[in-house]
Design a protein around this ligand. Structure first.
Ligand code: GUN
Length: 174
């Protein structure tokens, strides 16, 4: 896909296609629309990163709260977004046994109790064992450090989702 195709999209189509590059945060795509025309994909990514970095801590935590728990209720009930479903599946989280689901549930609950937002990690870059290890490691962090680490993971997820869109045929998304 050429960047000129992206720049020619209507606002509605742009948000339809890019609205979930940050999980359940179409506001971000709506906001960066103001920066058109984009030079290239990296330019879109830079605007998203700058937008996220410009938010106050409460806004960053709001972004984190838009994410479902990994291997959580939405996965069990089939209500994940298409992107999250694919990522959790690639990480091996859709085939956990009941002991692993329970471990994940307990750690996710402790994490949310401590920080007030769900644990976010770039699932496509990690397998289930790394995810469980990082979940228990990051539980030890101070809140400010953890918020920043989690936001860096959001940016990685966003980057992979953007590349996925560009690699796929944009017409099929409209
Ligand atoms: N990592 C990649 N996708 C997701 C997601 O949907 N939720 C969480 N918590 N982490 C993710």
């Amino acid at each position: 896909m050429d960047i000129s195709v992206v720049n020619a999209l209507t606002y509605d189509d742009f948000v339809k296609i890019f609205g979930n590059v940050v999980e359940k945060c179409p506001l971000i795509s709506a906001a960066i629309w103001s920066h058109r025309p984009f030079k290239d994909l990296a330019d879109i990514e830079t605007h998203i990163t700058e937008f996220i970095d410009s938010l106050p801590d409460s806004g960053k935590e709001g972004i984190l709260r838009c994410h479902p728990d990994l291997a959580g209720r939405d996965l069990q009930s089939g209500t994940l977004t298409h992107e999250s479903q694919e990522e959790q599946s690639q990480a091996g989280l859709t085939t956990l046994d009941s002991a692993e689901i329970l471990r994940m549930y307990r750690l996710n609950s402790q994490y949310k109790e401590r920080f007030g937002f769900p644990f976010v990690i770039c699932a496509r870059m990690n397998k289930k064992a790394d995810i469980l290890r990082q979940l228990s490691d990051r539980l030890q962090n101070e809140r400010a450090l953890e918020r920043e680490q989690a936001i860096e993971e959001v940016k990685k997820i966003c980057s992979l989702r953007l590349h996925n869109i560009v690699l796929s045929d944009i017409q099929t998304k409209l």
